[in-house]
Design a protein around this ligand. Sequence first.
Ligand SMILES: [Zn+2]
Ligand SMILES: [Zn+2]
Ligand SMILES: [Zn+2]
Ligand SMILES: [Zn+2]
Length: 165
Amino acid sequence: MGLCKCPKRKVTNLFCFEHRVNVCENCIVANHAKCIVQSYLQWLQDSDYNPNCRLCNTLLATKETVRLVCYDLFHWSCLNEMANQLPKNTAPAGYQCPSCQGAIFPPANLVSPVASVLREKLSTVNWARAGLGLPLIDEAETVQETDSPDTTDYTDWRPPEMGLL
Ligand SMILES: [Zn+2]
Ligand SMILES: [Zn+2]
Ligand SMILES: [Zn+2]
Ligand SMILES: [Zn+2]
């Protein structure tokens, strides 16, 4: 437990492993968006951390990230791709954190800075809108017109058959 450094001076048990400071959720959202944050207890046990995205094993800092309410951090593109590969009829509970199997969707009654940033990000994609109970949006991708077999009218042109008779 400790006090965070932002004006809110909150008592918090969260700790930024990269900056080695106590952080509250407001601190995380404002100043530690791409930092590994776990409980202070965890830090005391093992201050090592993996700065990579678990889904692609490259540095989190290199791309846009998303933090789940379990505080695990992933590249947004990696998480989005993973979720897009799940069958469309997957129940919301089937969308799980790849690290700890916690829920990807924040519980409806959870009000917190991390949850609201997460909800905002999730509401940009349809797999997540479905899970959040939001109406689906038209995604920018153009719907591929079903490729009907080519019916263009090229009637075979044959040279007039001369001299057959
Ligand atoms: Zn704070
Ligand atoms: Zn930090
Ligand atoms: Zn990644
Ligand atoms: Zn997790």
